[in-house]
Design a protein around this ligand. Structure first.
Ligand SMILES: O=C(O)CCC(=O)C(=O)O
Ligand SMILES: [Fe+2]
Length: 343
């Protein structure tokens, strides 16, 4: 494991088999079908046993990634008064948002974030029963001038990688390659830039409190400050996600848990902060279209293994998670347990 830089927060007592699997995607492109089948098997194993893995040789150009990271750092380095201009208070439904106090829903995190959606549509209301949409109003910061273009280019790369991973994951479930693609025709994916300043009392705070991601999968880029931790599916053990240069961390999200009928379980994860240095982290959430009805994929259920979830609307689920924060204390935040069928 010498090739990996250990995160500052890494426990000293990790076993060799406690490192999150690192999967080389280059073989999945090759004409060698054994190579591709090997990648599918590795991904299936990681989704089932870990709920998380990292990918290398993923095809995202390094130069594009670095340009994007630089623009992000310039944005966060501005005075608060400039960043606050991007708060969505002006239009509470605007999905473009700078914020620093209301994340992980009802718990405060030690961080500031900027959210940018890829979607062109946004809900007309934060009422979860209303899944109508209207055109989203882009709200991009003026500084740095290259910010918007860098975020959009990065978003397109993430979209490409997401569809590629979706194919590999579908195959790992024994489904047709493009079986899940239709759910993403008008997908509601978004990117999030996270900056955690150094924290004087890291034992009392978290950069991100424990949670699962609501969508299908998340592609996350963390820097060498580390801090990301996941709860491994097979034994529930909390493990650091080691920093691997130029890799992306892939989390199983709630919707993959539903489609796979719980063969894959949504990863519980969190991020620690440290007192010495700031950390940056960039998740990209790959989410279905607003109008998709979520339920286990038919081919994955049968008499012996009946559906473990009742059908529900992704739009309603997503809106309840997006808007059920401090400002909407009475709103019911939907979770998977609300749709679970217990036998
Ligand atoms: O801070 C991090 O690296 C984790 C972020 C995360 O899990 C999220 O925003 O959903
Ligand atoms: Fe997350």
């Amino acid at each position: 494991m010498g090739q990996y830089c250990d995160a500052a927060t890494m426990q000293a007592t990790l076993d060799a088999n406690d490192y999150v699997p690192v999967i080389d995607l280059s073989a999945s492109n090759s004409s060698d079908s054994n190579g591709a089948a090997g990648v599918v098997a590795e991904i299936g194993d990681a989704c089932e046993k870990w709920g998380v893995f990292q990918v290398i040789n993923h095809g995202v150009p390094l130069e594009l990634h670095e340009r994007f990271e630089l623009a992000m750092k310039k944005f966060f380095a501005q005075p608060l008064v400039e960043k606050r201009k991007m708060r969505k208070d002006i239009d509470p439904l605007n999905p473009y948002d700078y914020g620093y106090e209301e994340f992980s829903k009802k718990v405060e995190d030690w961080k500031e974030v900027f959210d940018f959606p890829l979607e062109k549509e946004m809900p007309v209301s934060c009422d979860t029963n209303n899944t109508q949409t209207r055109e989203a109003i882009p709200q991009w910061p003026e500084y740095p001038p290259e910010f918007r273009e860098a975020c959009e280019a990065y978003g397109r790369e993430m979209e490409k990688l997401s569809f590629r991973l979706l194919e590999l994951i579908s195959m790992s479930l024994g489904l047709q390659k493009q079986r899940l693609h239709g759910f993403f025709k008008d997908h509601t994916s978004m990117g999030r830039l996270i900056h955690c300043p150094p924290c004087p009392t890291p034992q009392l705070a978290l950069g991100t409190h424990a949670h699962t991601d609501v969508g299908a999968l998340t592609i996350l880029s963390q820097d060498d400050a580390g801090g990301l931790e996941g709860q491994r599916t097979i034994d529930g053990k909390w493990l650091p996600v080691q920093f691997v240069p130029n890799a992306y961390v892939i989390n199983v999200g709630d919707m993959l848990e539903v489609w796979s009928n719980k063969k894959y379980v949504s990863l519980v994860h969190r991020a620690k902060v440290n007192s010495e240095r700031e950390r940056f982290s960039i998740p990209f959430f790959f989410n279905p279209a607003q109008y998709v009805t979520m339920e286990p994929i038919e081919e994955l259920t049968n008499e012996q293994t009946p559906a473990k979830y009742r059908a529900f609307s992704w739009g309603k689920y997503y809106n309840s998670r997006k808007y059920g924060n401090f400002k909407n204390p009475d709103m019911q935040v939907l979770r998977l347990k609300h749709f679970r069928v217990f036998d």
